[in-house]
Design a protein around this ligand. Sequence first.
Ligand code: CU
Length: 222
Amino acid sequence: MRTKNRRRLWTALFAALLMALGLGSPVAFGQDAPVAAAQQVLNWTGSDDITKYASAPTTAVAGATTIVFENSAATGNTMGMPHTLTFDTSDPEYNNDVPVNILANPNDSEGGKHSVEVTLTPGRYRYHCSIPGHEGMQGILVVTEGGGEDTAAPETSAKVEGQKNAQGEYVGSASVSVTATDAGSGVDKVEYAVGADGAWQPYTTAVVVDQVGAHKIRYRAS
Ligand SMILES: [Cu+2]
């Protein structure tokens, strides 16, 4: 079983910008570390039926994946019958790079629930139950490209514009513009939030702040 963990492709960059209107402190901002998306989990289940899996995924995206196969009373197996989740690694028509072969029985040491870590690649995988007489338990899993190999967060920056007084404070109003670029897969979206706990909103145009006081504008891009 391969256990190589490829980091998922979606990354985000968070940053915050502090600005002062009328009274307050000078502009400052900081950045948090990129955040990786949760790993993909695929679930198969077995029951008393020897003609098909009780449930099985049909599609997935390429990359690090947890495969879970449960064959227990909870998934409809009341007879203590074993099943396997076996990926075909011999037919050249399908991907053969993930040698999953899980035998699960409601009465085994795991209570019939097993999981393995794999790395899926784009293409089609054929899986089946290898117990004699269970040939009907089979299917195809279609794996698509997971959005490229871009693991670098976008470059983001923010700029405050407006008229300032002698103390460096903005007078009347200030306009905050955010830019984001990404040399890899490109920028998916740019968002901003007003205040330390304001809701994230899509960024489309410069944000105008016209309330007196110190303001924190957060921004991020993925
Ligand atoms: Cu079976």
